[in-house]
Design a protein around this ligand. Sequence first.
Ligand SMILES: Nc1ncnc2c1ncn2[C@@H]1O[C@H](COP(=O)(O)OP(=O)(O)OP(=O)(O)O)[C@@H](O)[C@H]1O
Length: 325
Amino acid sequence: MTSHLLEPAAPAINVRDLHKRYGDKHAVNGLDLVVERGEIFAVLGPNGAGKTTTIEILEGFRRRDSGLVQVLGEDPGDAGRAWRNRIGIVLQTANDQAELTVAELVRHFARYYPDPRDPDELIAAVGLTEKAGTRTRQLSGGQRRRLDVALGIVGRPELLFLDEPTTGFDPEARRSFWDLVSGLRDGGTTILLTTHYMEEAEQLADRCAVVKDGRVVALDAPARLGDRVARRAVVRWLEDGVVREHATDTPTAVVGSLAARFAPQEVPGLQVLRPTLEEVYLSLITDHADAAEDAADDAALAAVPERTPAVALAGASVTMKEQVR
Ligand SMILES: Nc1ncnc2c1ncn2[C@@H]1O[C@H](COP(=O)(O)OP(=O)(O)OP(=O)(O)O)[C@@H](O)[C@H]1O
C-alpha cells in the first residue's frame, strides 16, 4: 500500500492569512478558513465584511494580495479548466438568455462539461419538470433560483458556491430549496453558502463562520456558535395572565419546581429559551464600543427594580416581564 492512500483527503477549501486591499480599504484582513469535504458551510457577516471578496478569490475571479488559498487542492489564481469543471457557482441571478426555455438552457450549459448530469433528470431533481418548456423570463423568482442551481450543478461539481440563494423566497419555497441543497450535500457535494438569513444557516449549515472587518471572528456549528449552549436559558410561563420569566443556568430544576407547583395541571405557556443564532450573531458583530454602550444601558436597566416577590418558587428568584424579549 502506498503512503498517500493513508493520507486524509485535503480539505475542500483551505485559506490562511488572506489579505486583499482596494486602495486604502483592507477588505480582507488576515482571514483563515478551512471547509471540509462533504459539509455545508455558511459564511455570515454584515454588509461590507469581505465575504464576496473572499469568495471571488476562492472562485478564481479575483486576485489576492497575499495569503495561502487552496480550493480542491489547487490555487484558484492559476488553476485551469479541469479545476473549474470541478466547481459549481450560483451567483445572484442574472437575467441572461431570457428567451431560451428551461430545457434549452440546461442542455446548453451541459455541453460545457465532460461528464454532465442528464438534463431531464436534473430538471426533475430541482422540481422544474412542469416548466421545462417555459422561457426563463417567465419563471417566478423561486423557479429561476432553482434553475440557477441546476446550472450550477449540471457539471457534477465537487464544490458548489451558493451566494445568498434564497433572497426573496416565500417560506415554502425556501424550505423546499433547503431540501434540495441538503440532498446535494447528502450526495457528497461540498457547499459554501453565503446568507443573511440566520434561520437558513441554522437549518442548512454543518458549520458557519462569522466574518467581520475582513476576518473570521467566530467559527462553529450553528448550535454552538459564540458559546451559545453555555449561555443562560430563560424559562418562561404564564401566570395570572402575565408572562413570567426566569433566567437560569439550571432550567431543568426550574421547570421541575414549576411542574410540582402547578401539578396536576400543565404549566401554562411553558417555554425554555436559549439565545437564538441571530442574537448570538448580532452580539458577535457588535463593535466593542457598541458593546460598552449596551453594557452601560444594561446597568441602567438593572438599577430599576424588576423582581416580583409575589411569586414563590423554591430556591429561585423570579423576574417578571410583561414584554417578551
Ligand atoms: N471593487 C471594489 N473596489 C473598491 N472597494 C471594494 C470593491 N469591492 C468591494 N469593496 C469594498 O470592500 C469591502 C468588502 O466588500 P465585500 O463586497 O467583500 O463585502 P460583503 O461582505 O460581501 O458585503 P455584502 O454582504 O454587502 O455583500 C467593502 O467595504 C466594499 O465597499
